[in-house]
Ligand binder design. Structure first.
Ligand code: 16G
Ligand code: MG
Length: 547
């Protein structure tokens, strides 16, 4: 039987619901789990082709991140651990939507366009999150890969960034890490222990960190890591997934969107806490002050802490390397002002979505990227890594320079450069706070966030909104940007933008201003403008904060 006949036959065991169309969105396919079996099988096929084309291992992660437990999703990972190339996102959509008879022709089309030699060997790494549907869906991916003769390695339950790490490690043949969970934990824990060895602020009290695992994969993986940390970090874990539902009233997304602590967690006043999301590629920090007010330290605060630390070390090491911070339109205006005016680092703004930030960060010697929602990491160019490495080995430099170079080197080892990683980000933040002798309150006071509000509007077709300037300005529909500009002018220190969501059928609205009331009013007024000019459906948006 030819390979294509086998694909045709096996595909009928993973039938596509007739008429269903899905799109490979900002972070892969995501929808209710029961609609995804055929997509998984086909992503197994596509990953195998991508592997043959790149002559490298490709990753397939089964997860729907912070979505409700009933949903699931899948994304492909390219050889260096990055999100899959955008041409291949298009192929993914074509394959997912092909009816049974059209599947093999669609495959042949990709093989031809990409000049793939089908006899090439292929290798695909697979991982999954803790959703009940993930196990059988990852089985469908395995079926797809074996249909085209690819080799598979099933890592089972892993965080999304762990799978990215495995792919990068395999394809760099040990130049990045060892492609096992043990290798991952060893690499991170050794770097963390080295970094905090002589830290100023490393008492047992300071080592204590309260973590919300979102009832997802992050919790068991953090437990596994703990065994490697020699009690250098004392993790108090809540929402571990034994009783609570995944992402329900907890996790990084809940905390960021609602600006309040997760349920199921015990927080003492002043205590440093953080939340992961369901697949542990996002993290936010927070604490309650003694008056009971909640303080959130989001991706912007994390980027500021890390870039301040790196800049200081570069100065101490006498290295002339350019640091840039990559943000999106959602970055709080106070953070951008602080980074540009006080810290004096380059700030670069991209469209929403990890892949856009990641690519922008690659343009600099050291690119720190974080979305306000807590996705992010740091990328070091080859040049930066080499200069740092050389300095650690140079016997003619001062003790202070050498110390800084060693700290930089261990920081590189602690960072997951394949993608944003809640576990790795958490360890960096903990190390930086310890090294700088900083409390979470001191970190929070680096700058004060401008009050802001995010809302969403339902319209009949969100594609009527087209944006430019990294989503900060609307080009269409006519008149919308003028209306936003006029509204923004009414308030102090105000800014607002609208963009069609890449993951939900809504238009998102963001506003910030000098007071919460102004931010709320501006967001509401912009919603009304969107409703009026971009074909709003359903009830006219109400200012929900006033209810
Ligand atoms: C996805 C993206 C995230 C982005 C969000 C925006 C990845 C891994 N995830 O979750 O970066 O912030 O979408 O969602 O790229 P939205 O388009 O619905 O606002
Ligand atoms: Mg996630």
């Amino acid at each position: 039987m030819s390979q294509f006949e086998e694909v045709f036959q096996k595909s009928s065991l993973h039938p596509k619901p007739k008429g269903l169309t899905l799109q490979y969105g900002t972070a892969g396919f995501r929808t209710v789990a029961k609609h995804l079996d055929h997509v998984m099988f086909r992503m197994g096929l596509l990953a195998t082709l991508r592997s043959k084309q790149t002559k490298s291992t490709i990753g397939v992660m089964v997860t729907a991140s912070h979505n409700p437990e009933e949903d699931n999703g899948v994304k492909l990972i390219d050889p260096m651990g990055e999100m899959v190339n955008s041409d291949w996102e298009g192929y993914a959509t074509q394959l997912a939507n092909a009816e049974q008879e059209a599947l093999c022709p669609a495959l042949k089309d990709i093989i031809e366009k990409e000049a793939i030699s089908i006899s090439e060997i292929a290798s695909v790494f697979i991982g999954r999150d803790t959703r009940p549907s993930s196990e059988s869906l990852s089985q469908a991916v395995l079926d797809g890969v074996s249909c085209l003769g690819g080799h598979t390695q099933d890592y089972g339950l892993v965080t999304t960034p762990q799978l990215h790490y495995m792919v990068r490690s395999r394809n760099t043949h040990g130049g990045y890490g060892t492609d096992t969970l043990q290798g991952y934990y060893q690499k991170l824990s050794e770097a963390f222990i080295e970094l905090t060895r002589n830290a100023q602020n490393h008492t047992d009290d300071q080592k204590r960190l309260v973590v919300d695992g979102a009832n997802g994969i992050g919790a068991p993986k953090l437990r596994e890591l703990e065994a490697f940390l020699n009690s250098e970090l004392l993790v108090v874990l809540f929402n571990v997934g034994c009783s609570g539902k995944l992402n329900y009233l907890c996790g990084a997304d809940y905390v960021k969107v609602h600006q309040k602590p997760p349920q199921g967690m015990h927080m003492e006043a002043g205590e440093r806490c953080c939340s992961f999301d369901g697949d542990a590629d996002r993290i936010v920090y927070y604490y309650n002050d003694s008056a009971g007010s909640f303080h959130l330290l989001d991706g912007d605060k994390i980027a500021t802490l890390i870039s301040t630390y790196l800049k200081e070390l570069l100065i101490q090491a006498g290295l002339n390397l350019q640091i840039a911070v990559v943000q999106t339109a959602y970055a709080n205006g106070s953070s951008t002002r602080y980074l540009e005016d006080i810290l004096k680092v380059t700030v670069y703004c991209t469209k929403t979505g990890v892949k856009h930030l990641h690519h922008a960060a690659q343009m600099f010697d050291i690119g720190v990227y974080f979305e306000a929602n807590g996705h992010g990491t740091v990328l070091f160019s080859k040049k930066a890594e080499e200069q740092i490495q050389q300095l650690t080995q140079d016997s003619n430099v001062s003790k202070a320079k050498k110390r800084a170079a060693k700290l930089l080197k261990n920081t590189i080892n602690l960072i997951n450069q394949a993608t944003g990683d809640a576990i790795s980000d958490m360890l960096i933040i903990e190390a930086v706070l310890a090294i700088r002798g900083m409390t979470v309150q001191e970190w929070d006071s680096i700058y004060t966030d401008l009050p802001n509000r995010q809302l969403k509007v339902k319209v009949s077709d969100r594609c009527v909104i087209d944006t430019t300037d990294a989503e900060r300005r609307a080009v269409t529909p006519a008149g919308l940007q003028d209306a936003i500009d006029a509204l923004v002018k009414k308030y102090t220190k105000a800014r607002a933008f609208v963009r069609p969501s890449g993951t939900e059928d809504v238009v998102r609205v963001y506003a910030e201003a000098n007071t919460q009331e102004s931010a709320d009013d501006l967001a509401h007024e912009v919603c009304l403008a969107v409703y009026r000019l971009a074909g709003g459906v359903g009830d006219v948006p109400k200012p929900d904060h006033k209810h």
